[in-house]
Design a protein around this ligand. Structure first.
Ligand code: UD1
Length: 342
């Protein structure tokens, strides 16, 4: 069955394309390369031996998107990643975030409806829970007011999808990611942050390799054992595999309802200092870091209740924190070797 992967050259998209191909799915990618590079296509081919089909256009373009679906009437499922994802930027440019993340989703849903494509996997985020009252946080926990336009686009998108399911044959699985980190074991694909990274892991690896001078740890006065904030970090390949399981679940008619939601995390919370310690251990590098004040909008602690995903999807994250930080380090070294060969 042919699967459309939007944003398939991005960080999560590219790892998912690899897993799909390795499970025998035919993949077509749509991407406008706004936050990714074309060379990712050949990197995917290096891993799987298959160059995915791809088309370059912006899914915000209604005519192009509808024309795409008409030309590809053999698509059996859609995994929708294409979206802007920088929290801080979304606060500065809310309209750009709403236009991009919401309009592309509307165009995809219209295209699916018009062409009788039933299966949608949507990339959502644990950000919808805000700071949960109860930990670990389960899928039925209340949705908290979004702290950023980015977070709000994820909440609104979940609502749009849920409403659409009521009046169409479309069914969906919405996956709420915790903190995806690390890279593919081959070090052919990984995270490619543009400019100064906002996220912890690329900042750590870039500091260790010498691209950044010092890592700022945002706050050590949280109500946690070492004072730094806690997250549920999940290896990118574990996360990617869950998408294939979710898609196959719909194709095989195993869903309990037309709209299902699953947390994708490990169930373990680690503090910023624990992540740094793991990185220093596996890399043998001493990391230059200092403590600064809290970053505004950050929550104190969150980790997933994974029971529902483990039982229902039959999927479980397998990689340890050390494996995650080691794979991120290997990827950073690969990138820097590549840069110095240019
Ligand atoms: C954020 C978003 C999430 C989004 C994800 C990916 C929120 C609440 N979460 O996750 O929705 O999907 O980014 O873009 O907005 N840290 C430092 N120093 C740094 C960078 C990070 O100490 O230089 C700390 C942060 O304070 C946080 C932890 O590391 O405690 C993880 O931060 P980050 O990787 O940015 O992810 P989130 O903020 O959890």
């Amino acid at each position: 069955m042919k699967i459309l992967v939007t944003g398939g050259t991005g960080y999560i998209g590219s790892h998912t394309v690899v897993e799909l191909q390795q499970k025998g799915h035919e993949v077509i990618i749509v991407d406008n390369f706004s936050n990714s590079e074309k060379s990712v296509l050949s990197s995917i081919e290096k891993i799987t031996g298959i160059l995915p089909q791809f088309e370059e256009f912006d899914l915000v373009d209604e005519t192009r998107t509808s024309d795409f679906f008409k030309r590809h009437n053999d698509i059996g499922g859609v995994i929708h990643f294409a979206a802007y994802k920088a929290v801080g930027e979304s606060v500065e440019k809310p309209l750009i975030y709403y236009r991009n993340n919401i309009n592309s989703l509307l165009n995809i849903l219209e295209g699916m409806k018009a062409n009788n494509i039933r299966n949608l996997v949507f990339s959502s985020s644990c950000t919808v829970y805000g700071q949960p009252d109860k930990l670990p946080v389960a899928e039925d926990s209340p949705i908290k007011p979004a702290l950023s336009p980015y977070g709000n686009t994820k909440q609104i998108a979940e609502e749009i999808i849920s409403d659409t399911l009521k009046t169409s044959d479309i069914r969906a699985i919405m996956l709420r990611y915790f903190n995806p980190i690390g890279a593919h074991e081959t070090a052919h694909i990984g995270e490619l942050p543009i400019g100064v990274p906002n996220n912890l892991i690329p900042f750590i690896t870039q500091t260790a390799i010498g691209k950044r001078e010092v890592l700022s740890v945002f706050g050590d006065d949280y109500n946690t054992p070492d004072g730094t904030a806690i997250r549920d970090y999940i290896h990118i390949v574990d996360l990617a595999k869950a998408h294939v399981v979710a898609l196959d679940r719909m194709i095989e008619n195993k869903s309990l309802s037309d709209g299902e939601i699953f947390n994708l995390g490990t169930g373990n919370g680690y503090s910023v200092l624990e992540v740094i310690k793991s990185f220093e251990k596996v890399s043998g590098e001493k990391l230059n870091y200092h403590i600064v004040k809290r970053r505004s909008g950050d929550i104190e602690k969150v980790w997933a209740d994974t029971k529902f995903a483990n039982m229902e999807l039959g999927w479980k994250a397998e990689k340890s924190l050390d494996e995650m930080t080691l794979s991120a380090w290997k990827w950073e070294k690969e990138l820097s070797a590549h840069d110095s060969n240019k």
